[in-house]
Design a protein around this ligand. Structure first.
Ligand SMILES: CCCCCCCC/C=C\CCCCCCCCC/C=C/C(=O)SCCNC(=O)CCNC(=O)[C@H](O)C(C)(C)COP(=O)(O)OP(=O)(O)OC[C@H]1O[C@@H](n2cnc3c(N)ncnc32)[C@H](O)[C@@H]1OP(=O)(O)O
Ligand SMILES: Cc1cc2nc3c(=O)[nH]c(=O)nc-3n(C[C@H](O)[C@H](O)[C@H](O)COP(=O)(O)OP(=O)(O)OC[C@H]3O[C@@H](n4cnc5c(N)ncnc54)[C@H](O)[C@@H]3O)c2cc1C
Length: 670
């Protein structure tokens, strides 16, 4: 008989805050919570969205199952007449990577951002109804980070009014685009534009790659899948592809011409729109990846927290003299708390900074519509930096969550290995995390150099305008409780960031060649960029706390999490804080003392804090993280489902086990 006991009920009863209100904070609004909750339940109750066996499917079967699910998603969206908001929640909860992620996540945004109105009117209706399926073909075998170095060419032929798309070398083969391998019918292809014998840099072109009748590649096109990727399941449901062009002709009006165009006569004409708008789809996606990071991390933390409350090891004070009695919940070990609770705090921190980044991006789009490009550099730096910071931390956090679950965390049924394998490439796609931090540092060095000309930094760099104060100020913390002051914390982060940035700027002046200086100092520049991004996350968490937060205990708990996020970072980056004299060694030790008290405050609320994510068991996909905490029967049951257990004596016994055993027996007799 099924066990219906809630093994975590006691934990839930200890919560000191209103969980339902916290769910609203996490979701962003009551409306968002209601819609997401409704769609989560819809997905969880529909067998068409079941996700059993993913880890044991062969690549072909996994891909086929992802195709089936993507088609079913599309069918249900249309049958139910879901709104755009409901649709995105549906895809989110279905939780299976397929071509539709890149179609909706990159192909459509690339057209929206880089095509003219006329082009949008032609292509968007086709894409929006999935009469065509698209991919984003930028990266090549030889070049990913260095977009300017792409080799694919698009040469204008004035005789036929066409572009000739060509892959001149092996390394110019497009490599990685998602959905390209087996599904996409069209691609936005990034290529070097050549007209009238001159090169005009990278531009986007809309190219049909497969027939809409029989799905065969069009003449001149070679296309296929790039092969198995890291981990079982995970990104292997996606057909990341390779694509080569042998002088493929497309009409001139399939160059995406919002930013610049080629006339009928072959003249290249630039508009007053910055060229970087061509990279707009990347800015958009980087912003969404910050939200993905908080989801992926919160999912891992939810699993690790629930399991840590169920799992017991060693004796406890309640034991009798013989050591008999109840063992200690591993969540009560201080080491477990010091590893787990900062991750929990980070999940909330990333959620809030992601929410703010979405606002910043929406604001940019509105400004662009009015031809105001002033915030583009800052938005580029924020999306690049926060994408880098949050994905690196989330990937590390998922792996730490696996370790927090001990041996069982290594089992596929814990959900953690696949979550890690699916999420870790976010550190690479949409820009390698180090390359992106170098972009941030370039922006910051520019901001600092402009101080001399009297330009006042604004937005996320406003603190750089207070350079004199921040270089001189000292931290006033004298006892552990003094750290419970958000202004003190923010100033310590700002002081550390600015001191690292100014040191970099000063060191750069020692090089006659600025490019060489930038390259020599790049490790320091990356560290300074991280410090700046941490200022953003901490300050946005603090801003969140200043909003009208309802519900008993909710604000207090969020404050506790904000302190944990910040003080743990001080602990982790102590070298920076000490070497810049932003804090003293004594203050560092007081921060550690305060962290211990903060962990004690979180402990009774830990389960409720992960319940506030409102994840269904279907979405979590973990026997260790299920809501009821009924871990052991689920683990036991799951093991028996493995294909190896379909037969008692394994296939191959007669060929490969029995002869070995016999030989051992014969050897022993000799
Ligand atoms: C059970 C199942 C388990 C499931 C579990 C699910 C859980 C996981 C959760 C979520 C997973 C969701 C997965 C979703 C699927 C995702 C699919 C992935 C799709 C990936 C797509 C891609 O990767 S597309 C390719 C992206 N490529 C890159 O990002 C390349 C990086 N390189 C660059 O961006 C640039 O080339 C670089 C900026 C590095 C170039 O440098 P450089 O040549 O020096 O600079 P230049 O080009 O000349 O620029 C000069 C100038 O322009 C400014 N600038 C640069 N870029 C931008 C920009 N994007 N916007 C605005 N401005 C820009 C730059 O700062 C310079 O400015 P100035 O200094 O001159 O002022
Ligand atoms: C799962 C997945 C999905 C993807 N989907 C798509 C897609 O749909 N469409 C698409 O076009 N692309 C896609 N990509 C490609 C992705 O965008 C690139 O892999 C990414 O931009 C990194 O580029 P790269 O592979 O050339 O890395 P490289 O640049 O070769 O990086 C290798 C190493 O060199 C370092 N490095 C590189 N340049 C510098 C520098 N200037 N200074 C210091 N260090 C440097 C990096 O830090 C890294 O450690 C995908 C990739 C993955 C993994």
């Amino acid at each position: 008989m099924e066990d219906t006991v809630d093994h975590l009920a006691h934990e839930r009863s200890k919560a000191q805050f209103n969980v339902e209100e916290m769910k609203i904070i996490w979701a962003g609004s009551l409306h968002a919570l209601q819609v997401s909750d409704r769609i989560a339940k819809l997905v969880a109750s529909d067998p068409g969205f079941g996700k059993e066996n993913r880890a044991v499917l062969s690549r072909k079967d996994l891909f086929k199952s992802a195709l089936k699910k993507a088609a079913y998603v599309w069918k249900r969206i249309n049958e139910l007449g879901l709104s755009e908001e409901e649709t995105s929640w549906l895809r989110f909860y279905v939780d299976e990577l397929a071509y539709d992620y890149v179609h909706w996540g990159m192909f459509v945004p690339a057209i929206k951002g880089s095509a003219t109105e006329e082009q949008q009117n032609k292509w968007l209706p086709l894409a929006n109804t999935m009469q065509i399926i698209g991919t984003y073909a930028q990266t090549e075998l030889g070049h990913g980070s260095n977009v300017r170095g792409l080799e694919t060419t698009a040469t204008f032929d004035p005789v036929t009014d066409e572009f000739i798309i060509h892959s001149p070398t092996l390394t110019s083969s497009k490599w990685w685009p998602g959905g390209l391998g087996k599904v996409a019918t069209h691609a936005v292809v990034y290529a070097q534009l050549i007209t009238d014998g001159k090169e005009y840099g990278v531009n986007g072109f809309l190219v049909q790659i497969r027939s809409l009748d029989d799905h065969f590649p069009l003449p001149g096109i070679t296309v296929g899948d790039i092969g198995m990727k890291f981990g079982s399941g995970a990104f292997n449901s996606m057909d990341n592809g390779v694509l080569r062009f042998d002088r493929v002709r497309i009409p001139r009006n399939q160059m995406l011409m919002r930013v610049s165009k080629v006339t009928r006569e072959g003249k290249y004409v630039e508009s007053n729109i910055p060229k970087q708008i061509i990279y707009g789809a990347m800015v958009y996606v980087r912003q969404t990846i910050v939200a993905d990071a908080s989801i992926a991390l919160s999912r891992a933390v939810c699993i690790a927290t629930r399991y840590s409350a169920v799992r017991r090891q060693f004796g406890s004070p309640q034991n009798d003299q013989n050591g008999n009695g109840i063992e200690t919940q591993v969540i009560d070990y201080k080491t477990q708390q010091s590893r787990l609770f900062p991750l929990l705090a980070s999940a909330y921190a990333f959620r809030f900074v992601g929410e703010w980044l979405k606002w910043l991006y929406t604001d940019l789009i509105q400004k662009l519509e009015g031809n105001d490009f002033s915030t583009l550099p800052e938005v580029h730096a924020c999306t690049a930096g926060l994408k880098s910071l949050t994905t690196s931390a989330a990937a590390d956090g998922i792996e730490e969550s696996r370790k927090l679950c001990g041996g069982h965390g290594y089992l596929s049924s814990s959900g953690l290995p696949e979550l890690y394998a699916t999420f870790v490439p976010a550190c690479t796609y949409e820009g390698d995390n180090v390359v992106l931090l170098l972009q941030v540092s370039r922006f910051l060095m520019k901001t600092i150099s402009q101080l001399q000309s009297g330009k006042k930094p604004t937005g996320t760099t406003a603190y750089i305008g207070h350079v004199e104060h921040l270089i001189q100020c000292g931290c006033n913390v004298k006892k552990a409780e003094d750290w419970l002051n958000l202004c003190v914390i923010l100033e310590a982060f700002e002081a550390r960031a600015i001191r690292l940035l100014v040191a970099c700027a000063e060191n750069l002046t020692k090089f006659a060649n600025p490019l060489q200086g930038f390259s020599e100092l790049s490790p320091d520049l990356v560290e300074a960029a991280v410090a700046h991004c941490q200022v953003i996350v901490v300050s946005k968490f603090i801003e969140k706390l200043q909003q009208n937060i309802q519900g008993i205990g909710v604000k207090q708990l969020l404050e506790t999490l904000c302190y944990i996020y910040s003080l743990n970072l001080i602990h982790k980056h102590l070298g920076d804080f000490l070497s810049t004299r932003s804090i003293t060694p004594k203050q560092a030790s007081l921060a550690s003392d305060q962290l211990r008290s903060l962990y004690a405050k979180v402990r009774p609320n830990a389960i409720a804090l992960v319940d506030a994510f409102n994840y269904t068991d279907h979405f979590l996909g973990s026997v260790l993280g299920s809501y009821d905490g009924n871990v052991y029967p689920k683990l036991y049951e799951e093991a028996w489902k493995d294909p190896l257990n379909e037969s008692v004596v394994p296939d191959g016994y007669h060929e490969n086990i029995r002869p070995v055993l016999k030989q051992q027996l014969q050897n022993a007799r000799l």
